[in-house]
Design a protein. Structure first.
Length: 129
């Protein structure tokens, strides 16, 4: 921050301005419109499918950078993430989270739910043999 001095008092302001604006300018310059549009379409179609929660989350985070207008807040980002997860994981997350749960916490809980569900499947297989 650079101090601004005037009328006998010092005021601080960020040296580089709004980081969000700078990021958008960078992306506009270095990612052409076709690439950004493709990534946005990929984001709209993204579902977990056969991916692990880690794989889905990595792809979700990458593609969501190109779809900022679709997920402008942490709440909308979280909602989009949960609704596109595997149905059983999504259902469990809806039970164990609330509207105030941050996206980061939802991801952590999704990883735990996936692990628990894998353990249950293994136990069911052992019991059926």
């Amino acid at each position: 921050m650079l101090p601004l001095v005037g009328f006998g008092r010092s005021v601080s302001r960020p040296l580089y301005g709004d980081l969000g604006r700078i990021k958008n300018l960078f992306e506009e310059k270095f990612y052409n419109i076709a690439i950004r549009t493709t990534h946005m379409k990929d984001f709209v179609k993204l579902v977990q499918g056969d991916k692990t929660v880690v794989e889905y989350t990595l792809e979700f985070d990458l593609l969501s950078k190109f779809a900022g207008d679709l997920v402008p807040t942490d709440f909308t980002r979280k909602q989009k993430y949960v609704t596109r997860l595997d149905a059983t994981i999504s259902q469990d997350l809806k039970i164990i989270t609330d509207h105030g749960t941050l996206y980061k916490k939802v991801v952590e809980r999704a990883l735990i739910v996936e692990e628990v569900e894998q353990q249950i499947k293994k136990q069911m297989l052992r019991m059926s043999v």
